[in-house]
Write a protein of this length. Structure first.
Lengths: 215, 442
């Protein structure tokens, strides 16, 4: 299991992640042609303006209305994306296999960021359960997605603190990480891929077509 | 299905029409709309929505109903469109009735929620898909369907016949002349600077607004005209009832009329729907990227004639006023700042609302909701408590509403919540305060 995870699994996961993501984005753009009223109205300036407003914390009114959730959500997403890329342990593997390396996070910081991701996932789940509005639109799959996303981080922490048998944990860590990557294009995590597209389109509908703001 | 006061409303447009439906017919229509009429946006919106509920607090119905989950934008989509997709259109008449109620009477497609969704999902568009399905199934609130039928027959919203139309314009021309010398409503004038467009409620029930415009045009010295033929009304309730075929016909006739008169530009009266239909939905349906002739909304027109000094104010309006930002001209055209310029030029004491501009709450009359008629009025009022609270906080006496739907909707809100305020169009205040030069005094 370990050897498989250390070797082919990583390749498979990355292939599904990149291949699937490219496929989803391209097929969406192709489908947008069929909609006819999307592409003629797309403008870089207004698309980027909208994306920027929604990528900057408190850049939109809705974010300002709920400061706790905004801070938590930004921390969660930032840590989720940055930690795997800049964790020393991961870079060491790249160094070992490919001879490439880059800047890494100090250990304490990457541990803290991992905790933030796990805590964020827990808060998301609690919010889903406690807020009646969110609970009503929650399906079983929404919990599974959170599980897929935080599983590599939980196992990463267990591995870091050497809880249980290290080799077992690290194997599970690799498997959960692979599942996470491979899930991106084909689950709700795909919102990561579609965010720039939907945001840019709405930014253009509001900004370019209607001379209004959408944040 | 939940038993609520709303679910017990009697409306033959829903109750009787569902009796004629068969499961096969429903399924066929749903599949047609979901797979043939819609593509990328529907798919991506459904795939992208992470069920976070952050759109909820954008909705005035949700806020007004003590955060009832069924009234959050995503809740409405879940109860209607998600179910249709999940069940692949295999739903019964009762379900169609429920989704017709939700889409037509509990959502005004004001698009405020799109500004609160982190992904910019156009939730109003999703509800419009539901409306489209209901329309193709013939399950539309009766009053609303009647306006669509009127559009189909007369091309205006209120069964106004051509002779009545011309007669009303001539009557209002006379009225205007008693205020401003030589005020005219020039009919069928080719090559005028401005073709003025109005909607059917003006000749039908608010004719003095036509007279107001004749006065304003004369004082401002505008070369203008109005058509004597059909094609003068593009209020277009068909756009909101989901009958896009009729919507397209109405808009085509309107643009063709302007083209026939060789108008250089169109000024749309104080109506938001008509503006949306003419500038956005109509052209797209007809395959045009943008309107073929420039069109400005009344707010912009008033701004221009005040800014350029064509209209001068004699004495500003005294009573404290506030405004309603209509969705189709503020969220739909960014005219919030110009609206405030106009109001400040005309009025001494303007108290702004909070939230405002694009973030202002909907009037809960637009999007065809008020056209669903008396059976749904109570529900609409319960759905807009926040609007009443918002206006009450301003302490103003007058609410300026540069949109027919906002005007009627807010009048309803004021009555229902006993706010003791009044609504006025901009033109009503303008004719009151503008300086009529001596040579134009009758």
């Amino acid at each position: 299991m370990y050897d498989f995870a250390r070797g082919p699994l990583v390749w498979i996961a990355f292939a599904i992640f990149f291949g699937g993501s490219v496929y989803r984005i391209i097929s969406t753009i192709m489908l947008a042609k069929k909609d006819k009223v999307i592409l003629p109205y797309m403008r870089t300036k207004y698309g980027l303006r909208s994306i920027a407003h929604w990528l900057i914390p408190f850049g939109s009114r809705n974010m300002r209305l709920r400061p706790f959730f905004t801070i938590m959500s930004f921390l969660f997403h930032a840590c989720l994306l940055l930690t795997p890329i800049f964790t020393l342990g991961h870079i060491a593997l790249w160094q070992e296999s490919w001879g490439v390396s880059w800047w890494h996070l100090p250990d304490t910081l990457s541990t803290l960021m991992t905790f933030i991701v796990v805590a964020g996932g827990v808060v998301f789940v609690l919010r889903r359960l406690s807020d009646p509005t969110v609970r009503m639109v929650t399906s079983f799959g929404d919990f599974v997605v959170v599980l897929i996303v935080i599983a590599p981080f939980v196992t990463g922490l267990l591995a870091y603190y050497q809880v249980f048998d290290y080799r077992t944990i690290i194997t599970i860590h690799m498997w959960t990480g692979a599942i996470w990557l491979a899930s991106v294009p084909f689950t709700k995590i795909a919102h990561m891929l579609f965010f720039p597209l939907t945001r840019a389109y709405m930014g253009c509908e509001f900004g370019y077509v209607r001379n209004a703001r959408d944040w | 299905m939940k038993d609520t006061p709303e679910s017990r409303v009697i409306d033959p447009g829903l109750d009787e029409t569902i009796k004629k439906l068969t499961p096969e017919h429903i399924e066929r229509v749903v599949q047609h709309v979901l797979t043939k009429e819609n593509a990328a946006r529907l798919k991506v919106y459904i795939d992208t929505c992470v069920h976070c509920g952050l759109c909820a607090e954008a909705c005035h119905t949700y806020l007004s109903r003590d955060c009832d989950p069924d009234y959050s934008p995503v809740g409405k989509v879940k109860n209607t469109l998600w179910e249709l997709i999940k069940r692949k259109g295999k739903v019964d008449g009762e379900f169609v009735k429920m989704m017709s109620r939700v889409a037509f009477t509990e959502c005004a497609v004001c698009r405020r929620c799109s500004m609160y969704c982190p992904f910019g999902i156009d939730i109003a568009y999703l509800l419009m898909i539901v409306r489209r399905i209901c329309s193709l199934l013939g399950v539309v609130p009766q009053y609303l369907q009647d306006t669509t039928n009127s559009h189909a027959v007369t091309s205006n919203q209120m069964w106004v016949h051509q002779d009545e139309w011309i007669d009303t314009l001539q009557w209002q021309e006379e009225e205007a002349m008693s205020e401003v010398k030589d005020a005219r409503i020039p009919l069928e004038k080719e090559g005028a600077e401005v073709m003025y467009s109005v909607i059917a409620p003006e000749p039908k029930i608010l004719a003095q607004l036509l007279g107001n415009m004749a006065q304003i045009m004369k004082v401002a010295g505008i070369d203008w005209t109005m058509p004597a033929t059909d094609g003068w009304d593009n209020s277009n309730m068909a756009m909101y009832s989901g009958d896009f075929e009729v919507m397209g016909r109405v808009e085509r006739l309107h643009w063709e009329t302007a083209a026939r008169l060789k108008a250089k530009k169109i000024v749309m009266g104080e109506c938001g729907h008509a503006f949306r239909g003419a500038v956005y939905d109509g052209p797209r349906w007809l395959g045009w990227k943008f309107p073929p002739i420039p069109m400005v909304h009344a707010i912009e027109f008033y701004y221009d004639i005040l800014k350029s000094g064509r209209i001068k104010v004699k004495e500003k309006f005294k009573e404290p006023v506030t405004v309603q930002d209509p969705c189709n001209t503020v969220r739909g055209r960014g005219l919030g700042p110009k609206l405030r310029y106009v109001v400040n030029e005309l009025c001494e004491n303007f108290i702004d609302v909070n939230p405002r501009f694009e973030h202002n709450y909907c009037c809960m009359a637009g999007g065809g909701t008020i056209n669903c008629g008396p059976p749904w009025k109570r529900s609409r009022m319960v759905s807009n408590r926040v609007k009443a609270e918002q206006f009450k906080a301003t302490g103003a006496h007058i609410v300026i509403t540069p949109c027919h739907n906002c005007h009627s909707g807010i009048e309803d809100v004021i009555g229902f919540y006993k706010l003791g305020m009044h609504v006025k169009f901009i033109s009503e205040i303008m004719v009151e305060v503008m300086d009529v030069p001596d040579e134009l005094k009758p």
